[in-house]
Design a protein around this ligand. Structure first.
Ligand SMILES: Nc1nc2c(ncn2[C@@H]2O[C@H](COP(=O)(O)OP(=O)(O)OP(=O)(O)O)[C@@H](O)[C@H]2O)c(=O)[nH]1
Ligand SMILES: [Mg+2]
Length: 482
């Protein structure tokens, strides 16, 4: 089993050395505390991203898809054929807890005239923009781009409702050609302004096709980097920018609720007492953003660990993934930036050596424990081991479709059988004195079935939460070891 000793480095040597320099004057005992206090403040830091564009271009519909919400969901943004969004409304992404997404009203209606739109919408408060266009690039779209560029803020340029645009194209070739033309049309106007943002062609009504997935992968990958940059820029202004700049920056951060007053004071004190200013914080956050999180998928032989790993990284049913996923080779995917998934099947071979197990498992940051055999209950022992390591895990029952088949002689419907599985499992946890938690019932060969989507979103969200503490723990441990 791969362990903390022979696992590839979680952080590049140059990043590690920079962190060493940041804390060079500190005794090793002080470092974990200082690193944790800094990362705790950073953990509270929010960034604001506005979805903007002309009225009716499909902003709210696209935002709902980004949030993973069905338009009928009561939490979803309202959408409609008439002017719908009348005030800027904030939404939290379920898996990206530090990102506030704002659905802005549309530009160019009698209520929100183009001329005054940018001022009315207070563009200065946002850190990034998602400019949504449909049908064609219009003057108003480029006006928005100019205003964003003037503020030196990043943006994505998204053409939506692509399903409408290609509906009349019958052959694959004519569809491809139409898509190519649409992309070139967008890029032409951006290039004239010497701009090169990401351009995505998407449909909120058909997210499986076109570039919605690419948009989400890119967004997830880039947004944490952006957050680190916005945070360090703020520190730069507050700590090193002179009185006026510092006052302006601090007011901005407080008024937009990106940080609480206590957090700002903590940063000022940190600088006063340790000399850790913007440049050093930038080094720490840079290392954090490249820190590899290791997730172990633990299961008995044949429990479906490999199939689950492949499903998670989006390689289900694909032969080409076969060779790349193994016990000594982690799997990676754009959907989970900087996460390595380790397929650790055959766990029963190690179960009789608890000390070795514990040591070997300690190298990972997060665990997915597969429940495969109700009788042997190895998963409970595994969960206990992970609990003892004070780490987090998710419990997953794979092959639920097969389990359902074996129950098909019972006269109850599928939901009742699934609820029965869940209940039985809760009782098992209680008896084993393990904390209550949800079990995800899945079929790794069909991501749309049972709890797979729920599992993906719980995993993304948990990994985002454990990232900073895993990083702090790893850095402190490695600094001590060297
Ligand atoms: N075919 C198709 N229709 C879409 C798509 N996205 C949105 N629509 C439709 O376009 C209309 C406007 O969508 P909204 O999402 O409300 O647009 P909006 O930009 O938020 O509108 P305002 O808030 O009024 O500015 C609705 O009827 C949607 O169903 C898409 O990708 N494809
Ligand atoms: Mg809207």
């Amino acid at each position: 089993m791969a362990n903390g000793f022979n696992m590839p480095p979680k952080i590049q040597e140059d990043h590690f050395n920079k962190i060493k320099d940041v804390f060079a004057s500190k005794s090793p005992e002080e470092i974990p505390h200082q690193l944790m206090s800094l990362l705790e403040v950073f953990d509270h830091f929010k960034i604001d991203i506005a979805v903007t564009g002309e009225s009716g271009s499909g902003k709210s519909s696209l935002l709902n898809e980004i949030l993973g919400l069905n338009p009928d969901d009561r939490r979803a943004a309202d959408t409609g054929a008439v002017e719908t969004t009348m005030e800027a409304t904030m939404y939290l992404h379920p898996n990206l807890p530090h990102i506030r997404l704002w659905d802005l009203p549309g530009m160019g209606t009698p209520s929100f005239a183009s001329k005054s739109y940018v001022k009315t919408m207070n563009f200065d408060i946002y850190d990034m923009f998602i400019v949504v266009i449909s049908e064609r690039v219009r003057e108003n779209n480029m006006l928005l781009v100019d205003e964003i560029e003037r503020r030196k803020k990043p943006f994505y340029f998204i053409r939506t409702k692509i399903d409408n645009d290609v509906r009349s194209k019958k052959s694959k070739y004519s569809k491809m050609r139409a898509l190519d033309q649409m992309r070139k049309d967008c890029e032409k106007y951006l290039k004239e302004k010497k701009l090169d943002p990401h351009v995505f062609l998407v449909s909120a009504h058909d997210t499986e096709n076109y570039e919605f997935r690419k948009l989400m992968d890119t967004f997830k990958d880039e947004v944490s980097q952006l957050r680190a940059e916005v945070f360090s820029d703020f520190l730069d202004k507050m700590l090193h920018g002179g009185w006026l700049k510092a006052k302006y920056a601090t007011n901005h951060i407080q008024q937009t609720g990106k940080l609480e007053t206590e957090d700002i004071t903590a940063l000022q004190n940190m600088y006063k007492h340790t000399g850790i200013g913007a440049a050093k914080v930038r080094d720490v956050l840079e290392a954090l953003s490249h820190f590899q999180l290791d997730v172990a998928v633990l299961g008995e032989t044949g429990s479906g660990a490999s199939t689950l790993v492949k499903a998670l990284i989006g390689l289900e049913n694909e032969e080409c993934g076969e060779a790349s996923v193994s016990i000594s080779n982690p799997a990676m995917s754009l959907g989970y930036p900087d996460v390595r998934f380790w397929d650790i099947s055959g766990i029963e071979a190690f179960m009789d050596y608890p000390m070795y197990m514990k040591q070997a498992l300690n190298g990972y940051d997060f665990y997915i424990v597969i429940v495969s055999d109700w009788q042997k209950a190895q998963h409970l022992k595994l969960a206990k081991t992970v609990e003892e390591l004070r780490k987090h895990y998710l419990l997953v029952q794979t092959k639920v479709d097969c389990h359902l088949q074996t129950q098909s002689n019972l006269w109850c419907d599928e939901t009742e059988v699934l609820d029965g599985f869940r209940l039985q499992f809760m009782q098992e946890l209680q008896m084993a004195k393990l904390p209550e938690q949800q079990i995800f019932l899945i079929n790794s060969l069909d991501r749309s079935a049972f709890d797979f989507v729920g599992l993906e979103s719980a995993l993304s969200s948990d990994l985002n939460i454990v990232r900073t503490s895993a990083f702090a723990y790893y850095i402190s441990r490695t600094l001590k070891e060297r």
